[in-house]
Unconditional design. Structure first.
Ligand SMILES: Nc1ncnc2c1ncn2[C@@H]1O[C@H](COP(=O)(O)OP(=O)(O)OP(=O)(O)O)[C@@H](O)[C@H]1O
Ligand SMILES: [Mg+2]
Length: 364
């Protein structure tokens, strides 16, 4: 859902600003260190209550200030406006407001503003730990399956309890049973949701990827986190001794992963960095297309930081055209606006912003 007004105060080097972004393409240009990433970071905080640059929000707050605030008005698909805002002060945790009401959970922000980030670190989705790919997968499931979050929370809780009992050392097997029943019930449901989501995502991903880079041999598959031929109950039972020694649960949906392979080998070991980035872009954009297909409206907001880096002109244009055809709101940054200015069709609503020493000015 597009942001129609965005106010940012106290974020990094940015001067307080209110912008009226285009519902479609927004190009943010400026020299190194001017504040482009900071603007995208502010929108990210609004959608997820956290930064993509630092694990804590404290470094995001402008030096010498006590708090940062990001506020936006957005248009829901019913056409009604809705306001969301988040304040993070140095002393307290964050305060989230939606339509004037205080909201306790950041999940509500995420649900209202499905954000996708593509930045120079994006290739890590392929290279990094399975956790990142699980988060990617769960982002998609969360946005299309409303039952997912409560079930996922039950899974986390039962897993934490089982692990903490395992760490206590010598104990009766029976003590684990109540938590295991919960773990099995929630775990199998999480697995079902993930599997169903991935089966829908796969064909969309393949179509998107074909428009970016022809990699016919690339396969995307799902590993559920435990032996595909055994029920989870049996796996937990079989591995009890070993789990007790290790002090944690070795197998289960907390170990799920997405596997990208080319001719049976890990794609990350074969693809160039630019290619890895394009595969990741295809994965993320595919989620946007699928969300539109399943929810019947344009929901996602894409934050694309420093797009030109490592992509040649042909691939940059292919990527812009995919984002454009998705018809969602995009905030895309670059050092030189010429690199992105003519990548769009004439009738696509486009706004240009220039950032200089933290001051953002709309130029077109
Ligand atoms: N808490 C803070 N308070 C004030 N300024 C900060 C804070 N944190 C970072 N900065 C400064 O904010 C500036 C903007 O950084 P930002 O990463 O947004 O720039 P950028 O335009 O994305 O640059 P690049 O093109 O190099 O990616 C930097 O000069 C940085 O030193
Ligand atoms: Mg930057």
């Amino acid at each position: 859902m597009p942001l129609k007004r965005l106010s940012v105060t106290g974020v990094r080097n940015l001067h307080p600003v209110t912008l009226q972004p285009s519902p479609r393409i927004n190009i943010i240009s400026g020299a190194n260190g001017s504040g482009k990433t900071s603007l995208l970071e502010a929108i990210h905080i609004l959608g997820l209550a956290r930064s993509f640059r630092s694990t804590r929000l404290q470094p995001v707050i402008q030096h010498g200030l006590d708090a940062c605030t990001v506020f936006a008005e957005m248009v829901l698909h019913s056409g009604v406006s809705c306001s969301i805002g988040i304040t993070r002060s140095k002393q307290a945790d964050y305060l989230i407001r939606m339509d004037g009401q205080t909201v306790r959970s950041a999940a509500q922000l995420a649900e209202t503003l499905p954000l996708q980030l593509i930045n120079p670190d994006s290739f890590r989705l392929l290279e990094g730990a399975p956790k990142q790919r699980r988060q990617y997968l769960d982002w998609g499931v969360f946005h299309v399956e409303h039952q997912f979050l409560p079930v996922w929370q039950r899974l986390q809780k039962s897993l934490k309890q089982r692990n903490s009992l395992l760490r206590r050392g010598r104990m009766q097997r029976s003590m684990l049973i109540p938590w295991e029943s919960e773990l099995i019930a929630a775990g199998e449901q999480v697995d079902e949701f993930r599997r169903a989501y991935l089966s829908k995502l796969k064909p969309v991903f393949e179509t998107i990827l074909a428009r970016l880079l022809p990699l016919d041999d690339l396969t995307l598959s799902y590993y559920r986190g435990w032996d595909k031929d055994k029920p989870l109950a049996q796996v937990l039972d079989d591995q009890f001794e070993r789990d007790s020694q290790l002090g944690y649960t070795q197998s289960g949906p907390q170990r799920a992963d997405l596997r990208l392979r080319i001719k049976g080998m890990n794609a990350v070991d074969i693809l160039s960095r630019g290619q890895q980035k394009l595969v990741v872009c295809a994965l993320k954009i595919a989620q946007g297309y699928l969300l539109r297909e399943l929810r019947g409206s344009q929901e996602s907001v894409f934050l694309v930081d420093d797009l030109p880096s490592e992509l040649d002109e042909q691939h940059r244009r292919a990527l812009c055209s995919l984002l454009e055809d998705l018809e969602c709101q995009v905030f895309i940054s670059c050092v030189d606006e010429q690199q992105l200015r003519d990548c769009w069709k004439n009738d696509t609503p486009l706004s240009m912003f220039h950032v200089e020493h933290g001051r953002i000015v709309q130029t077109d």
